[in-house]
Design a protein around this ligand. Structure first.
Ligand code: URA
Length: 266
């Protein structure tokens, strides 16, 4: 069987002939790093935490959040599987905690498991997942290496409906724990649901993409959800631009780390 090569992947992404950034690499450096003022989120963009007005947690809920914040990887998946904090536990086949490299530099966050993910217990294994794998491959990456993939919700909403605010709030401690355990250099929010949840802002993808945000101090890039891209092929090129910005951001952070290590006294 013929090996799948980069050209096949770029063809699959609708990116042939090869898409390149027009600006030279230095000019294409991530805006957040090049110009700090864009780092601070506008007032509507809080570094979102659970909204007390929506949840008003009782003592049990507070304890639950505190307990999840101390989970290690060894207990994490079992804890998610046993979760009954919202009604989705009644309709799921199984919870879908996340997949990938526990110390990954890149973390991708989608919305919620769909039917195939609910059946297999792994995020992004359906058609959208195959496109995500191809996007990763175009960057020379794959889900097992240096990449961690999670969703805002760990359980499938019936009929793949949009997550409800109470479900998002109930599940957020798990996502926060995944971020704390993985300590990624960069988060990529896939689609509006992930982006608006993480950034705590009601905005379109078009208005959020193209710059570096932050979630809990971690640089965050917004791009289109792979399922959306399957229906809107011309926007694949924009998603590729976003991934190039993401790659430039990770590289700039690595270079900055190397420089400060080199400058440190022995
Ligand atoms: N869509 C998502 O947002 N997540 C998945 O895991 C699958 C489809």
């Amino acid at each position: 069987m013929r090996m799948v090569d980069r050209v096949d992947i770029l063809r699959e992404l609708g990116l042939l002939p090869v898409w390149r950034l027009r600006a030279p690499p230095s000019a294409a450096a991530p805006r957040e790093i090049a110009s700090p003022p864009t780092v601070s989120p506008p007032p509507t963009m809080r570094d979102a935490a659970i909204d007390p007005a929506r949840t008003a947690p009782g003592a049990g809920a507070v304890e639950r959040v505190a307990r999840i914040a101390t989970l290690g990887w060894s207990d994490f998946a079992a804890d998610v599987q046993a979760c009954t904090a919202c009604g989705l536990c009644r309709s799921r086949r199984q919870a879908v905690p996340g997949v990938g490299d526990a110390g990954a530099e890149w973390m991708f966050v989608g919305e919620a498991p769909g039917a195939e993910e609910d059946a297999r217990g792994e995020p992004f294994v359906g058609q959208a997942g195959r496109l995500l794998d191809n996007m990763l491959a175009a960057l020379g990456m794959r889900r097992e290496r240096n990449v961690y993939i999670a969703n805002v919700l760990k359980c499938r909403p019936p009929g793949n409906r949009t997550p409800e605010p109470g479900e998002v709030d109930a599940c957020r401690p798990y996502l926060d724990r995944q971020i704390a355990l993985t300590r990624p250099k960069l988060i990529v929010a896939l689609g509006r649901s992930a982006a608006t949840t993480l950034l705590g802002v009601d905005a379109t993808i078009a208005s959020l993409r193209g710059r570096v945000h932050r979630y809990q101090g971690v640089p965050l890039i917004v791009t289109y959800h792979p399922a959306y891209l399957l229906r809107n092929l011309p926007d694949k090129a924009k998603a590729w631009e976003d991934l190039c910005l993401a790659r430039a951001t990770v590289r700039a952070l690595s270079d900055a780390g190397l420089q400060s290590a080199a400058a440190a006294p022995n």
